[in-house]
Design a protein around this ligand. Structure first.
Ligand SMILES: [Zn+2]
Ligand SMILES: [Zn+2]
Ligand SMILES: [Zn+2]
Length: 291
């Protein structure tokens, strides 16, 4: 269950009181809106209605995802000095919970502890991406979207992906990833066909953009004709490739990438990847469907 209550809190700057929702736990399987709010930095933040001060509350928060079977707990870092707090854990830093043990469903016994809300959000994004990646492999989605044949272990395949980021003020490698999906993947045989002309897709999860089909064709030509250099300069994330609008720090943007991957014994390995387009939020909302 999600648990929160409304409290009248005094503003540390102007002393006026404002009503604030204080959350102690979020169950995102039951309450997906709370997850969206968390990822947008809107959970356990005090907002003064009088002087507009915004400040994190630093309230302990349990994040519970029943579908992907994990829990993350945020604790305020100052707690590590307190005996009572330390006594809640065993020697392996596992929290001793007061609840009946459920056989075969013991993920609640391994709560991942974090000491900052930023780290909580990062861990959630990591687990979401991991679940998506494992899910697509386990569901046998490693098939060619064009001919429908299975891509076998050790075979290279080629894919376009879409990743939504929030532009940060550090380098682009540290921009936070909100969401990722692969829009197309093709086997080597179909890539060879794509080099000489358009190919048909029978197995698409989401409608393809014209630029994605076009880029596959260009990529195939470069990949098949090895005399052409494969390396491409990456697109900058400062300007939208569609409307040429500026992408500012704090804005959401979507990166479209093309790459080559191989499924080895222990999982998927990226051979190469480059960005061929960057879309501002308005253009991604206008032109793209997300599943
Ligand atoms: Zn205030
Ligand atoms: Zn194929
Ligand atoms: Zn745009």
């Amino acid at each position: 269950m999600s648990a929160h209550q409304k409290m009248e809190l005094k503003c540390p700057r102007c002393d006026n009181k404002s009503e604030t929702s204080v959350w102690v736990s979020i169950n995102v399987t039951i309450d997906p809106d709370a997850k969206e709010a968390l990822l947008n930095g809107k959970i356990n933040v005090f907002r003064c209605g009088h002087c507009n001060l915004e400040e994190p509350l630093n309230t302990d928060l349990l994040y519970h995802d029943m579908q992907n079977r994990f829990c993350v707990q945020f604790y305020h870092f100052n707690l590590i000095k307190e005996k009572q707090f330390l006594d809640m854990f065993n020697e392996d830093a596992e929290q001793q919970l007061d609840m009946p043990k459920v056989p075969f469903d013991n993920y609640m016994e391994h709560i991942h502890i974090v000491f900052s809300m930023a780290e909580l959000v990062r861990y959630v994004l990591f687990r979401d991406n991991l679940a998506r990646r494992k899910g697509s492999i386990n569901n046998g989605q490693l098939v060619c979207f064009c001919c429908g044949s299975n891509i076998r272990k050790g075979d290279n395949y080629y894919c376009a992906a879409r990743r939504r980021h929030i532009k940060g003020d550090a380098g682009e490698d540290s921009d936070c990833i909100k969401d990722a999906t692969s829009s197309l993947q093709v086997c080597t045989g179909c890539l060879t066909k794509a080099a000489s002309g358009g190919i048909e897709f029978s197995n698409l999860a989401i409608p393809l953009l014209h630029v994605e089909k076009e880029e596959l064709h260009n990529f195939a030509k470069r990949r098949i004709d090895t005399k052409i250099d494969l390396e491409l300069p990456g697109k900058s994330r400062d300007l939208c490739s569609f409307c040429a609008g500026e992408i500012r720090v704090g804005d959401q943007y979507t990166r479209l990438t093309m790459g080559e991957e191989v499924e080895g014994g222990s999982g998927i390995r990226s051979v190469s990847e480059y960005t061929f387009a960057v879309l501002c939020k308005a253009c991604s909302d206008n032109y793209m469907a997300w599943t």
